[in-house]
Design a protein around this ligand. Structure first.
Ligand code: G4P
Length: 533
């Protein structure tokens, strides 16, 4: 296949939501439409429930399942759709943020009754930072939810993005009758089906068709007419470019579990969503149409079996064509590498592939050569930018409980950090290791894996810190002053970047006031932020 054709065909996106909004259910329904699975219930539930236990094996098992389901590809209407799944649990939010660097657009699932929730907001911030086009799917219309116009206002104000409904619900809860497709100007009437695609959906081409009143009743029909008039009066006409620029989010309504409103969204998604986009590097922008192959690693998954240390690195292809058994340049290691068994992820099956194109995500078996953010190229000496680390929220100092195993501990902790499980900051004097995460769960996973995979016994001692901020400045004198005053609160990250470990938000604000020429970044993506501003 020619690159150009392959690029035009591909759509690579992520589904994100606050836990329980219906991300897993929606993903499954999309796979059903794509023929990748035959009945619902086939996709294992890979989320770690909110009531996360400290049952480590359970966590590991869940992690394992998510390897198989974290990238799902299928064909639909002559598009190759690549869905990148993201962990719903907030302790794994960082993994989600990184996955978002590998997608070209996002579908955000919102529960109609709960509206915008904590995780919804944070995920949207990441999308905004990267200008990722977002489609919103308002789910669970089969239950009583918020008044539709109120919900749209809430989306706009809490997510800080303009919205534009492209479908419209007819009633909700017990009165839910279906959705009107504003984009295609036709209607599908609701029919509950939890396991398969309903084949006999009643479709009406024009809502003035007398059949409409017959099916939905006079009252619902009048309400719909009124609502649609308001929609057209209040919202600007849909402009695809605004969506592609990340300025407007089209909104769809439905009930994922009943498979309703999903096809409308998927069909529109196929029409409007972006084909694979290029990415920025330290040597300029790389377009997908560039002939030479390039790609970056955004996720690394450890093997579940501790006897086999190999891992799977997930590589997003940015340009050119990737080919099996071909030598590529591992830019950071300045080393030639080739892969005998690169895998693609068609639904639940992993299969070896011979070639892959921009937008595709492939799995590479790795024996420890890869770190998150690594770049592979067909010769070029550049690194992709902007796989950010976010300021952790919980900090603990790692203490070695077995001095005989300090080498193993050192190696173990570094490898786990390469996987992106947490962030390591080194503090002087004494090379103290401060581990920062966004959730408590990670510490349990790290301690468990260090003892099981590396034989290193450790303990985590809480540190009273609330933020890690990367510092940049042009004012060396002020920086030196700051370093002197705050020496107990400085550390370096894995790339030797200077980081301020602030005990409280107040102390951070004070530092910002006292040292106005220093910039305190909450993510390590300051280069990206600069480029976007
Ligand atoms: P998540 O991945 O975003 O965390 O959510 P998930 O799809 O697992 O859905 C969370 C719960 O919401 C599930 O119920 C699921 O069945 C339900 N759900 C999803 N879509 C809809 C919908 O359109 N309407 C209604 N009423 N419920 C929906 P559960 O009880 O947690 O699990 P299960 O036993 O049903 O699988």
């Amino acid at each position: 296949m020619k690159n150009k054709e392959a690029i035009a065909k591909r759509r690579t996106f992520g589904i994100i939501s606050h836990p329980d909004a219906g991300k897993t259910t929606l993903t499954e329904k999309l796979l059903l439409f794509g023929g990748a699975i035959q009945t619902a219930g086939a996709v294992k539930n890979n989320k770690i429930k909110k009531t996360a236990t400290s049952d480590f094996m359970e966590i590991e098992k869940q992690r394992g399942i998510s390897v198989a389901t974290s990238v799902m590809a299928f064909e639909y209407r002559n598009r190759q759709i690549n869905i990148l799944d993201t962990p719903g649990h907030k302790d794994f939010a960082e993994d989600t943020y990184r996955t978002l660097t590998a997608v070209d657009s996002v579908i955000l699932v919102v529960d109609a009754a709960n509206g915008v929730e904590e995780q919804t907001k944070r995920l949207m911030e990441v999308c905004r930072m990267r200008k990722t086009p977002v489609i919103i799917f308002v789910n669970k219309l089969d239950r009583e939810g918020k008044y539709t116009f109120d919900l749209l206002d809430e989306l706009e104000s809490n997510l800080d993005i303009k919205v534009r409904p492209l479908t419209w619900p007819i009633g909700m809860g017990d009165r839910f009758k279906g959705v009107y497709n504003i984009y295609q100007k036709n209607i599908n009437l609701f029919q509950a089906s939890k396991t398969s695609i309903a084949t006999e959906i009643v479709s009406i081409e024009d809502y003035n068709d007398p059949k409409m009143v017959e099916y939905v009743g006079e009252a619902a029909f009048e309400e719909l007419k009124e609502d649609l008039e308001i929609v057209e009066g209040v919202y600007d006409p849909f402009d695809r470019q605004d969506y592609l620029n990340g300025d407007v989010a089209p909104v769809f309504f439905g009930s994922a579990v009943n498979n309703f409103g999903v096809k409308e969204m998927l069909d529109t998604f196929c029409d409007i969503s972006p084909s694979p986009r290029g990415r920025d590097t330290d040597a300029g922008f790389i377009e997908p149409s560039d002939e030479k192959f390039s790609g970056f690693v955004f996720k690394i998954h450890a093997n579940l079996d501790p006897k086999h240390r190999d891992r799977i690195a997930f590589l997003r292809i940015v340009s050119g064509k990737f080919e099996r058994n071909t030598f590529y340049n591992h830019v950071r290691l300045e080393k030639k590498v080739k892969f005998a068994n690169p895998t693609s992820f068609m639904a639940q099956d992993k299969s070896v592939i011979d070639e892959a194109f921009p937008g595709d995500v492939i799995g590479l078996y790795d024996t420890g050569n890869f770190k998150i953010g690594d770049t592979l190229t067909e010769g070029g000496k550049f690194m992709f930018k902007g796989i950010p680390s976010f300021s952790p929220e919980i900090f603990m100092e790692l203490e070695n409980l077995d001095p005989m195993k300090s080498k193993q501990l050192d190696k173990g902790i570094r490898q786990l950090m390469d996987e992106g499980l947490a962030q390591l900051f080194i503090q002087q004097p004494g090379n103290r290791k401060i581990v920062g995460t966004v959730g408590q769960l990670q510490f349990e996973v790290i301690a468990y894996r260090l003892i099981n995979e590396y034989g290193a016994n450790c303990r985590f001692v809480p540190r009273n810190l609330s933020k890690a901020c990367w510092i940049t400045t042009d004012n060396d004198e002020q920086l030196e002053k700051f370093k002197k005053a705050k020496s107990n609160y400085l550390a370096v990250d894995k790339e030797d970047n200077l980081v301020f470990l602030a005990e409280t938000s107040f102390l951070l604000t004070m530092a910002e006031q006292d040292y106005p020429d220093l910039v305190f970044h909450q993510t390590s993506a300051f280069k990206l932020e600069k480029a976007n501003s």
